[in-house]
Ligand binder design. Sequence first.
Ligand code: SF4
Length: 293
Amino acid sequence: MPEVKLTEEYGFCFGVKRALEIALKNLDEGVKFDSLGPIIHNEFVVADLKNKGVEVLTELHESKKDHILVRTHGVPPEVYTEAEKFGKSIIDCTCPFVANAQKWAKRFYEEGYLVIVVGKKDHPEVKGIVGHTDGKALVVSSGSEVDANLVRNKRVGVVAQTTSRLDMVEDVLRVLVDLVSELRFANTRCNTTQKRQEQVEKLSREVEVMVIVGGKNSSNTRRLYEIASSNCKKAYLIESSDELMNEWFYNVNSVGVTGGASTPPEMVEEVYYRIKNLLEGGVYGRGKVNEGQ
Ligand code: SF4
C-alpha cells in the first residue's frame, strides 16, 4: 500500500503564531495599523489581513495610521527612531529568536568584536541584525565567502540567521577558526527551524517524493526544500495543493509532506490528503491532481 507521511511538526511556528495572535488581538480591540512588509510569507494570510484593513508598506511614513506592525523578522533600530519621529507606535511582533540574534550581534559589536552574520545578505531579518551593529557586521552564507584579509588575526563574534542551515554555519566556523585570533559563536538558530530541518532531512531520505508546502519567497521554506532536494531526487516546493501534478506520483509508493513555518497547518493537511487520495485511488490523469481523485 502506498504511504504518505507528514513530518512530526508542520504549519505555523511559534514566532508566526505569536505574530498572528498579536495582530488579530489588536484588530479585535479596534486598533488600526499597517504592516512593515508582509506579516508572514504567505499570500493567503496577507490577503486575509488586507481585507481587515491592514496594508503592507515598505516605508513607515507611508502609513496614515498611528500604529505600525513590525513582523517576526524584526527591523534595524533606526525604524524605532523613525516611528517616534513620525508619532507612530510600534506593534512589535519580532520573534524572540530573532530578538536574541539581534541582542548577540549588538553585544559582540559593543565588546569590540568584528561581527559576522551567517545568512542571506538581502534577507530582512539579516538586515535587521546588521542594523544592531551600526551596519558594521559582515554577512556570509558559506565559508568560501569569508574574506581572509578582513578577518585575519581579529576577534570575531559570529551569529546566525535564525533559519540558517547547520552545515552553512559549520562551514563558516571551520574557515574562521584557522584565521582569527579569537572566535565566539552565539547559536542563534531557532530550535523550531533546527527540528524541522532534521525531520525533513530524515523523511526525505526515506521517501521517493518529497513535497514542501510554503511561500517560494520564504527563507525557512526554501531551506527545507534545499535539504529535501539534496536527499530525494523528486522534491517539489508548492504554495498550495492546486500546484500538485499527477505525473509526480506515477509508480510512487512513498511520499513525504511538510510545510514551512509560515504555512497554515490546514494547507499542509490539504496537500497530504490530496496525495493520499490519489495514491490510494490509483487514478492518475494528466496534469493537476484534482480533489477527490
Ligand atoms: S522560524 Fe523560528 S525564528 Fe522564525 S519566526 Fe518561527 S520561531 Fe521565530
